[in-house]
Unconditional design. Structure first.
Length: 158
């Protein structure tokens, strides 16, 4: 019985670490359909799952903008995925403009992509490698977390 539990635990760990991001398609804030393949970086892609009503999300975005500006020339692309529902989705474009978000913002109104990736918190950052494999996930945002993101990007670029 103990061996079975260990095998099940190992399988679940391996399954999570091997999770892939499929080539999803979502509308952007200008109502154009964009695909993950069109937007992904040549080396890494950082996907930020957020919502307008989430205070830590709004706090993280200016820091993510800075990281994006520093790493886009190194083959790292950022994609913002707003999971605002039908009641708050109208706030996404104005907030994006106010925060001067430099990277593309997609709308996951029904949280389909978030659910598919089994994400539970806002904000959640997902780093995906060039083979579409999820290589790092970080939930939440507090001051100083931007350093963790930079460290992870640096480590993954090596």
């Amino acid at each position: 019985m103990r061996a079975l539990i260990i095998v099940v635990m190992l399988f679940s760990i391996l399954n999570v670490s091997a999770q892939q991001v499929r080539n999803f398609k979502l509308k952007d804030i200008e109502n154009n359909t964009q695909s993950f393949t069109q937007l992904k970086g040549s080396k890494l892609t950082v996907i930020d799952f957020w919502a307008t009503w989430c205070k830590p999300c709004v706090k993280a975005i200016p820091e993510l903008n800075k990281i994006y500006e520093a790493y886009k020339i190194k083959g790292v692309e950022f994609i913002g995925v707003s999971c605002d529902g039908p009641r708050s989705v109208s706030k996404v474009a104005p907030l994006s403009k106010t925060l001067q978000i430099k990277y593309p913002i997609l709308l996951d109104i029904n949280s389909e992509i978030k659910s598919e990736l089994n994400l539970n918190a806002f904000p959640t950052l997902v780093i995906v490698n060039s083979n579409n494999k999820i290589v790092w996930v970080h939930e939440g945002f507090v001051s100083g977390d931007q350093k963790l993101v930079i460290e992870e990007i640096e480590k993954l670029l090596k």
